[in-house]
Every structure is written in structure tokens, then in C-alpha cells.
Design a protein around this ligand. Structure first.
Ligand SMILES: *[C@@H]1O[C@H](CO)[C@@H](O)[C@H](O)[C@H]1NC(C)=O
Ligand SMILES: *[C@@H]1O[C@H](CO)[C@@H](O)[C@H](O)[C@H]1NC(C)=O
Length: 323
């Protein structure tokens, strides 16, 4: 080994040492700055979150993935988590939930959270017990959280308070239903909302997104027709043409032609009873309604990608009726 080479190695080691010292210093300074920043006043939309000190309150927030029905699961799980661990829910991302519902919680930005613990689900439609674990930090939930078990213990609060439709949507839905009842010359019928989910699901059958077959609808309608003498069915679908062509066209059936998803959800939720088919939008139409819910047992299809990610006993509440 030549001297020259030794000297070079020593110099390299010295430089490395200096670089290490430098990066350590930068790390310490930025960590300190980070914490100073995070205990300062928060940037937020209304209502104003309380100033976040090292003590109470601890926040919980959630990622919004997917579409409206998914966001409802995510939001509801955040509220359930907040109740369980005595944390304050805060939305740090935009969501279309606010276009339909009151959702009376704090809104902030990613800066609203201090040091936080991330909770990740194991499967998108199965209950994960790890959310029962308490950590004394803010919390951030990542997943689809499609199980009633995350929030069923606060169902009343969710339905009557958080997922309360804006007044104009609620009034429009009530008026719509009353008009249909009047047009059909019925008096005080039991209104049964039926959600027919097709569209994109028809093309994704192999993944497990089964669409309910025609006999399912007839079984569910038969159930209500025999139980009550005076029934009005209101059918909402993202494929009204298929529905009209394939389903019952009796006097007691009305097809909703409206294309506003929020209003369809409100029509279903305001029905006395609901028949659901597939997907999270359908699921929530059932959950928001106050009466009986009939679901299609074949969704999702077992032994498929989606079927393998779903624990049906975690997905469908035991008080719903599978057909
Ligand atoms: C409802 O009653 C009105 C007036 O009696 C009648 O003109 C109309 O055809 C009836 N509609 C249905 C659907 O029976
Ligand atoms: C679903 O799970 C079963 C049992 O574990 C397995 O045999 C099957 O290959 C899986 N199917 C898919 C599509 O992942």
C-alpha cells in the first residue's frame, strides 16, 4: 500500500466524519424546528381547531380513497376510532362527503397533526383489531375500513348527526317520494327503496364484483309484498335502462330517473326499508335507512380477488337479511 493511498484514505475518513457531524447537526436542528412548528397555531378552515399543545386533545384523521361510499366508511371509522380512544376527529383532505352531508367535524391540513401513529388495515373489507390499540399520539388511519364493526356502536350518532343530508337534499328527497305516492294514488304505503348497482361492476365480474341476478330482486320484492299489503318500490340505479328492461314493471314500482347520486342516496335512505345489491354506495343506502335491509348474499363472489379480501361477517351487519 503506498503512502499516497494511505493519505487519501485518511482524508476520505476525515471528510466522512465531518459530513456525519454536519448531517447530525442538520437533523437535530430540523427536528427541533419541526416540533416548534407543530405546536404553533394551526392553519385551518372553519371551524378553528383548538391550539394543539403537547397535552390534550389528540387528533385522529383518515385518508379518503375511492368514491363517496368508500369515503363514508373511512369517515365513519375515524368517528368510531375517536369515540373509542377519546380523540378529536379532523379532516385533513377534501372529500365530496361535504356536498351531501353536514359532517360536523374540524377541518384542517396535514399541518394540523403533530407526531402521529399510522394505522393500516389488513384487509379492505374485514375488521382489523389493531385499531383498538391506543397510542398517546395523534392518529392517522389508512385503508378502506369496510366493516360495520368499526362504528356500529355509534350508529345513531353517525346517521343522525354526521351523515345528516343537507336540508335542500333532504327536502327534495321527501318531496320526490311524496309526489310518487300521490301519482300512484296510494295512501301511506311502505316505501321500499331498491338500489340496482350495475355499470362498472358488470365488467369486473371476474374480480368478484358480482351484480345481483334478476331473481334476487323478485325474491326481495316478494318478501315485502307478502309482509305488507300496501308497498311502493322506488328503484334507483346507475343503469335504469337495464332495470326497466329486466325488472318488475307493476303498478307499485317507480324508477328514479334522476342522475344526482346524492339525491338517489337520500331517496333510498328515506325509504322505510331498503334492498341493496353491491358496492359501498349500496351498503350505505341500507345503513342510513331506519328499517329492514335486504342484501345479496352472492356479493362479493367467494374465491375471487375481492371475495378473498372480504370477511362477510364483518361486512354485513348480523341484523340485515341476506338473500
Ligand atoms: C290516480 O287517480 C287519478 C284521478 O282519480 C287518475 O286520473 C289517475 O289515472 C290515477 N293514477 C293511477 C296511477 O292510478
Ligand atoms: C382465494 O383464496 C383461496 C383460498 O385461500 C385460493 O385458493 C384462491 O386461489 C384465491 N383466489 C384468488 C383469485 O385470489
Amino acid at each position: 500500500m503506498s503512502n499516497m493511498y494511505l493519505r487519501q484514505t485518511q482524508m476520505t475518513q476525515k471528510r466522512l466524519w465531518m459530513a456525519q457531524q454536519f448531517f447530525t447537526a442538520v437533523f437535530i436542528i430540523s427536528t427541533v424546528l419541526f416540533f416548534i412548528h407543530n405546536i404553533g397555531p394551526q392553519e385551518s378552515l372553519s371551524p378553528q381547531p383548538p391550539i394543539h399543545s403537547g397535552l390534550a386533545p389528540q387528533y385522529v384523521s383518515v385518508s379518503y380513497w375511492g368514491r363517496l361510499g368508500n369515503h363514508m366508511f373511512e369517515y365513519a371509522t375515524m368517528i368510531g376510532f375517536a369515540e373509542r380512544h377519546n380523540k378529536t376527529p379532523i379532516s385533513i383532505q377534501g372529500t365530496d362527503l361535504w356536498s351531501a352531508f353536514k359532517c360536523p367535524i374540524l377541518r384542517g391540513s396535514s399541518k394540523s397533526l403533530g407526531m402521529y401513529q399510522i394505522y393500516t388495515e389488513k384487509l379492505p373489507a374485514a375488521y382489523s383489531k389493531s385499531l383498538e390499540e391506543y397510542f398517546p399520539f395523534d392518529s392517522f388511519l389508512k385503508g378502506y375500513f369496510q366493516s360495520f364493526r368499526y362504528f356500529d356502536f355509534i350508529k345513531e350518532k353517525l346517521v343522525n348527526n354526521h351523515f345528516k343530508f343537507h336540508d335542500n337534499i333532504q327536502e327534495t328527497a321527501e318531496k320526490y317520494i311524496n309526489n310518487v305516492v300521490r301519482e300512484k294514488n296510494m295512501s301511506n304505503p311502505k316505501v321500499v327503496g331498491i338500489h340496482v348497482r350495475r355499470g362498472d361492476f358488470v365488467r369486473q365480474k371476474r374480480k368478484g364484483y358480482t351484480v345481483a341476478p334478476v331473481p334476487y330482486y323478485y325474491r326481495a320484492m316478494h318478501y315485502f309484498r307478502t309482509k305488507y299489503r300496501n308497498v311502493l318500490f322506488i328503484i334507483c340505479s346507475n343503469d335504469v335502462i337495464w332495470s326497466r328492461d329486466n325488472l318488475d314493471n307493476s303498478e307499485d314500482v317507480h324508477y328514479s330517473e334522476n342522475i344526482d347520486g346524492n339525491l338517489d342516496l337520500a331517496l333510498l335512505a328515506n325509504s322505510h326499508h331498503v334492498v341493496i345489491t353491491a358496492g359501498s354506495f349500496s351498503w350505505w343506502a341500507g345503513y342510513l335507512s331506519k328499517g329492514e335491509v335486504i342484501y345479496f348474499k352472492g356479493f362479493p363472489q367467494d374465491n375471487t380477488v375481492i371475495g378473498n379480501m372480504t370477511e362477510k361477517t364483518d361486512y354485513y351487519p348480523p341484523y340485515w337479511i341476506g338473500m
